[in-house]
Write a protein that binds this ligand. Structure first.
Ligand code: PMT
Length: 223
């Protein structure tokens, strides 16, 4: 079911978690499986686009034909996206990127010192969506996600503005069968022109198709 709607167009997708190494045996990660972003990548591929998928550590299969760039840390994901974004028509940042990483990477496994607690000092990772928003041209369409547990809509709208995105897809952790790891998702989409789409629960693959088609509509409108 591949068509040629987006022939000649390039799409960039981020998906999955990032892992921030602490020492040779430990890392800081999160529960993202990569399913949501892979579904979006597949939808764009089926519309005929050339799709670059920058994918953090994920065990999910990726359909053939999609260019996969495997990364582990937020910094690696950032570097890959900075190289690809300038030559991209549409981008969707669905990865769950760690905001912080350990300040130093221990070369040897960290040992228990005594019975006291321990502290790992963290430093900020670059914000990939924000960095793309800062260099975005009028011809590019940039979509981010927002994963929230409270003040969901307010926080999502804040991210839309702060990160200079064209749309933000809000995932609430308060919704059942939505978010991390599931095959379904429930989102609210905020466009920068004020339009809000409240989509009921659906499979991540259907959501991928509908998000891709909404983005295609937007890019055609702005021509
Ligand atoms: O992978 P699945 O198991 O299918 O789960 C899908 C999902 C729940 C991970 C996905 O639907 C989702 O909500 N992804 C965004 C998760 C997130 O970390 O959101 P955030 O609110 O922390 O970040 C806001 C936006 O900035 C996101 O587009 C994120 O990719 C981006 N970001 C955040 C931090 C950072 N350093 N760089 C970024 O680009």
């Amino acid at each position: 079911h591949k068509d040629n709607t987006l022939n000649g167009k390039k799409v960039l997708i981020t998906a999955g978690p990032t892992y921030e190494n602490i020492d040779p045996v430990r890392f800081i990660g999160n529960f993202s499986s990569g399913k949501m972003g892979i579904a979006i990548a597949e939808a764009f591929y089926n519309r005929g686009a050339e799709v670059n998928l920058v994918l953090g550590p994920s065990k999910e299969p990726v359909p053939g034909g999609i260019n996969v760039i495997n990364v582990r840390s937020a910094q690696q994901m950032y570097d890959a996206c900075m190289a690809l974004f300038p030559d991209t028509d549409m981008a969707v940042m669905s990865a769950a990127v760690a905001d912080f990483r350990p300040k130093t990477l221990a070369e040897e496994k960290i040992k228990k010192q005594d019975d006291e607690g321990m502290t790992i000092e963290l430093v900020r990772n670059p914000d990939i969506l924000k960095a793309c928003g800062a260099i975005k041209s009028d011809k590019q369409l940039l979509v981010g996600f927002a994963l929230e547990t409270n003040n969901e809509e307010e926080n999502a709208l804040g991210k839309l503005k702060r990160k200079n995105a064209d749309m933000i897809v809000l995932n609430s952790l308060n919704d059942e069968k939505a978010g991390f790891g599931t095959d379904t998702n429930k989102v609210t989409i905020f466009e920068k022109n004020g339009t809000i789409h409240r989509w009921p629960l659906r499979s991540k693959s259907e959501l991928g198709v509908q998000l891709a088609d909404l983005m295609i509509e937007k890019i055609n409108e702005s021509k």
